[in-house]
Structure formats: C-alpha cells, structure tokens
Design a protein around this ligand. Structure first.
Ligand SMILES: [Zn+2]
Length: 274
C-alpha cells in the first residue's frame, strides 16, 4: 500500500505521510448518539470511529519541513510507519531540515524520538509554539492516562532531545517561507494549525480539530477525551469549520482520511467533504 499523497501548492510540494490507522473505542468519544455508540461497540472495525494518523512533508526550495512525526510503537501495530512513508517520499531522516509539531500529544511526537531517547531527525531544527512548550514543560500533571504525567514526560523528552536547536515561536508567525501557524486552542493550549501559501494557491492544515471525520463533520459537537479543554476545543472546531467552508479553502488535518486533501462544505446542520 502507498503511504503518501502529494500535491503542489504553488511552488511548495506538500506530501501527506500516513503513519498509521486505527479505530477509536466508543469510550474515547463524547456526546455520541446512542445509535452510533452501539454501532461502534458492536463492530470494532467500523467506519464511524475509523481514523488515520498523519504527518506532512513540506518541501520549499532547499527546506524539508516535517510537520508532526507519528506515534512510533505507542498505539499498536497498525501505526508507527513514518519512516516507511518518508522513504516512499524519497526523503531520509537526515534530509529533514525543520520539524514543526502542531501540539505535543504522543501520536504527533513519539516518532521524533528514538527509543533510546535520542533525536530521530539529527539535522532538523525543532519549531514549537511558546504556549505549547510552556504547558508541557511547566504544567503540573497527575497520573491520568490522557494528558497526564506520562504524556508530559514524553513531551519533555522530545524537547530535551532537540534542545540545542529549538526555535520557540508565538502563534500566527511564519515557520518557514510560505508556511504560517494559526491558533486553534482547546485540544491543547498551544494547539496549532498552519496554512501553506504560494502564488495564488493555499492549503489549510486544521491540526486536530477532527479525530473522527465521519462523525465530527456531521455533528461537530462530538468530541474526544483527548482535549485538554473540550469547551474551548469545540469553539475552535466550529470557528475553523465555519471559516474554511466560507472561504472554500483546500484542507487537510492530522487525522484526515483518504483522499488527504479536500474542501469542507456546509451540509445540513453540519459539514461534509466536497
Ligand atoms: Zn492527534
């Protein structure tokens, strides 16, 4: 199977890298309708809670920017294939010049760290949003499985492995030429999307505002247990879906299914991919 899907945005090449795929359990989803919860509980492999874990390679001139790095072995045998995807895109880990993490959850960062704690991308500068960096470095965390001390420990380990080439950014700044972050707080405090602009073409990456596209576009009120602040995440989800459907932006996101690039349109009381 192919793990990559590429488009050109003006002079910038964007490649979606499929790290893996999985099915979220009903317990991970909030505000599910009873019928949907039953469908998910009765069928472990259902389309409603099916999701992908994506990273992106953005190539502009001599810069090779990797956005997010997949989950290594942490989420089981169906995930952790970022290196295979990069190889298919004819890119070695050494050739990655820049790494941007949309947020510091394990499914986006574990693939940046070898199991011995060293950096996978030896030549990459790590770009992080200041609020996100400070939350995981300085927050207090309990033993919760989600957003607890274990996840904070992994975030700190990644930051530590790249500490000699760390670039801390505020939101809404250029990460590199043609690639600019935007703030979508709630999922985590410094959670970021980004837009790619070149010539008169653009692409919006919506971060993790969607985890299960087949549920959350129809009903954006459905959320997951992974949000640090689920009310703020809901506000961000609705604001971004309203914006990209009104502006007719080409979109993708951290857990977007195939095909990896599409337009979001209003559909009934929710949205659909056109
Ligand atoms: Zn995620």
């Amino acid at each position: 199977m192919s793990r990559i899907s590429s488009i050109d945005v003006g002079n910038i090449k964007v490649t979606a890298l499929l790290d893996g795929e999985l099915f979220l359990p009903a317990e991970a989803l909030l505000k599910l309708k009873d019928a949907d919860a039953e469908t998910i509980q009765n069928n472990a492999e259902n389309t409603l809670s099916y999701t992908n874990v994506n990273a992106y390679l953005i190539q502009n001139g001599d810069r090779n920017l990797l956005v997010d790095a997949g989950c290594r072995e942490l989420f089981g045998p169906t995930c952790g294939f970022i290196q295979e995807a990069l190889t298919e895109a004819e890119m070695s880990a050494e050739q990655v010049t820049d790494l941007f993490l949309t947020h510091l959850h394990p499914d986006h960062i574990a693939g940046a760290l070898n199991t011995d704690g060293t950096a996978v991308f030896e030549n990459a500068q790590l770009h992080l949003i200041d609020i996100e960096h400070d939350f995981w470095m300085n927050g207090s965390f309990d033993a919760s499985e989600v957003n607890g001390a274990d996840w904070a420990g992994l975030a700190k380990a990644v930051i530590g492995a790249y500490s000699d080439r760390l670039n801390i950014l505020t939101q809404d700044r250029e990460i590199l030429s043609g690639v600019r972050s935007f703030s979508i707080p709630g999922h985590t405090p410094g959670h970021a999307g980004y837009r790619v602009d070149s010539g008169d073409e653009s692409l919006m990456h919506l971060g993790d505002i969607l985890h299960t596209q087949n549920l959350q576009l129809i009903d954006p009120n459905i959320s997951t247990i992974f949000d640090v602040d689920s009310d703020t995440a809901l506000t961000s989800r609705k604001r971004v879906l309203d914006m990209v459907s009104a502006d007719k932006n080409l979109c993708t996101s951290g857990h977007w299914l195939s095909p990896k690039f599409g337009h979001i349109e209003r559909h009934g009381s929710g949205f659909a991919i056109a």
